[in-house]
Design a protein around this ligand. Sequence first.
Ligand code: ATP
Ligand code: MG
Length: 506
Amino acid sequence: MPQAISDSMGSIEYALQLRHISKTYPGVKALDDVSFDVMKGTVHSIIGENGAGKSTLMKIINGMEAANQGEILVYGRKEEITSPKTAKNLGIAMIFQELVYVPNLTVGENFFIGKHPKGKNGFIDWKHIYAEAQKRLDTEGLAFSSRKVMSEIPISDIQLLEIIKATTENASIIIMDEPTSSLTNHETLRLFEKIKRMRDEGRTILYISHKMDEIFELSDCITVMRDGKTIRTGPVAEFDRDNIIRMIVGREIASVYPAVKPPEKEIVLDVQGLCRGKTFQDVNIKLYKGEILGIAGLVGAGRTEIVQAICGLDLRDKGDIFVEGRQVKITDVQSGIRAGITLATEDRRKFGVVMGFSIKHNITLPNLYQFLRFIFIDKRHERTEAQKYFEKMRIKAISLNTEAYTLSGGNQQKLVLAKWMMSKPKILILDEPTRGIDVGAKYEIYELMRDMAESGAAIIMISSELPELIGMSHRVYVVAEGRIAGELPKEAVSQVNIMNLATGGK
Ligand SMILES: Nc1ncnc2c1ncn2[C@@H]1O[C@H](COP(=O)(O)OP(=O)(O)OP(=O)(O)O)[C@@H](O)[C@H]1O
Ligand SMILES: [Mg+2]
């Protein structure tokens, strides 16, 4: 139990108190009278559907956005947080997912950016900077030199560096918005250790995630938001998986995976002897019409690299690819698409969304040929098709004409998935299709996958979330260290069997 809760004197100390916060964007009430308290020395998770207002609220606390109404108390005192700088002075720091750092600075320089300590002679004391920075790296167990350039450091280490930087700058309230979405399991555990240590030091962590396991592992308190409102806030003991899902989506969801008809006998994709250097070797994959094939494995095992090589996004040294029995030459994404293979990459925001375009155009532009009538676009058909995905995926926006940049992170993800699903490829490869997507919309995406498979497409799904992989796949390949370590038919697909193969067991 965190100290603040067990304080028998009844003098609970609050890090933050949010009072009647509202925020309106043109046509959208992003936050509607949000009030809740955050106790000092706790991990307080904020959870809710895509577009519920979580990121907006965090940006207001961090001074990046201004609320239209409401007030914020920091350690009991009312404060006007008008910029990230004022937030910083109050001890509030936000760790961003798209991390902001200057790539060609060294780790040491980055630590002391803007406040380089000067020596007696008035010059910047580099020796001191690097020594200080190194001390911090060592205590945190980061095994690299403080003279290393930022661009050479993996993203997970940079995230940790940003956290260390914030804590050495005496940040006592730390906001993390979906921090684990591109971390491996191991890196996630390391981050959790750090979060718990920070809490034990009396710091307060505001934590946003769509992953239920993380929420229950980390949280002392939880706030559920929906449609810009606080639905419930309280200690973790008041919540369980079922009631939390109901609060998040505001309706019952049949939390079972839709049954998918068994695949047909016809092989659609046949990959033989795919190799690339040390990344993957001798990969053979057979995929049947109407099949959903899962690819499991630890993050970093080579799953993404393999599918990127199949679709032409990345290179391969060797290997033949056959589509419907005919060998195809895939040298780039275009030739992959011509061969009938489309990949929805895991990094959808980077590769997929055109921010200045409307929702409709983001979904339909690459698919316009479907709506051609002679030389004209059948606008009505285009619209009804786009509308179908808009509703089905529960994209949160006023209309199809809303511009993509105004959408929340998860809703942008949905756009890209919709676009690729609408293109109706023979073979659709989905890399982490539900990352960043809320529990309610996940099930809608599973249903779309089923519909596609039953209408004859073949789907490969990579997912680190074993329950969905197990729930949706007809068959699973497990990748370990760049090789297919084993194949599990539906009857044998289980967490234990997958993990055994993924970690090199039998
Ligand atoms: N600049 C903007 N202009 C217009 N609307 C916006 C803008 N930024 C956010 N919104 C809207 O505010 C609402 C809340 O968005 P927010 O990003 O806070 O959601 P979220 O809870 O973080 O969702 P996710 O889980 O998808 O990240 C959404 O309806 C979003 O479309
Ligand atoms: Mg968000």
